[in-house]
Design a protein around this ligand. Sequence first.
Ligand code: NAD
Ligand code: UDP
Length: 324
Amino acid sequence: MSSIQRVLVTGGAGFLGSHLCERLVDAGHDVICLDNFFTSQKTNVAHLLKHPNFELIRHDITSPIWLEVDRIYNLACPAAPGHYQYNPIKTLKTSVLGAINVLGMAKRCRARVLQASTSEVYGDPEVHPQTEAYRGSVNPIGPRACYDEGKRAAETLFMDYRRMNGVEVKLVRIFNTYGPRMHPFDGRVVSNFIRQALAGEDITLFGDGAQTRSFCYRDDLVEAMLRMMETPADFVGPMNIGNPVEFSIRELAELVIELTGSASQLVLRPLPEDDPTRRRPDISLAKKHIDWTPNTHLREGLLATIEWFRGIDLSHYRAPTPNF
Ligand code: NAD
Ligand code: UDP
């Protein structure tokens, strides 16, 4: 294949997708960004529109679309709990029909397709840290199931299209990732804490804040996705990508207060149902196959994210759902 690829990024106007598009455009590829703007807006990619090798399509991935491409990164799916729980049936359709539509396209075009799966496939894990061999502990009937089970079903579809049709697929399981261009009203913990700290509002700790997450900076994560896409065809994954340094949510809140110099106070709020108790990726597979380790420390990544939040005008952002 020529070194210039025709690349489709579904969910390309989102937080991770827009950065991925930037990297691909900079590398000279012909990039099609497809998005329905449910949890994002055109401003995330407005700076790319001037590039002749970038194209933006408003489309909902639950409907088929005919394009000619060599690579597909399938990111279209609401990712924040408040977003994916707003219309859970649509979330499940997006994962399942979206997977069927991109896999059908990949089959027709003989394209390679990468699925942005998630640590949520492990549910509330009994195994710590989580390795790819762990099959997870997901509540199939709870409020997170539309996302978790949707992403699990998408993984199944990817593997079955590979087995049945020889489609070249790649699965990455992304752990909590943060950085500039997160939707300020997505309700995720990093955006909430930074927005609250900068406004001098109370910082909302769900539960007692002892639950843990491991936070990966956007640039590290996108680099891993790009490397995974170009691994040999027989390496499918699933492969964890994320930062293996674990923090409690209380520690995160204290760090955000320190880095913003805020006078905000911590307040306790009820822990949402099925909120995972702890989460940390085992990234041995990523180290072995793509020679990748994240190198942005939380402090450094938070400083960059805080700077970005300071620079935006919140009135230019519409909360995608009332659930934030
Ligand atoms: P995001 O919400 O910013 O991006 C998702 C994008 O998909 C948005 O632009 C949204 O408008 C678009 N979208 C949603 N439904 C669509 C549909 N039906 N048709 C077309 N476009 C649609 O979130 P993100 O953090 O950038 O996440 C990107 C992908 O990575 C998602 O698939 C998510 O599940 C996965 N992921 C992210 C994280 C993380 O911590 N950021 C962790 C695990 C997995
Ligand atoms: N959380 C919190 N306060 C907030 C938002 C989130 O304490 O204002 C907690 C949430 O309960 C969870 C963790 O932070 O334990 C991460 O939440 P997020 O929604 O970012 O993502 P998750 O990893 O749960 O999908």
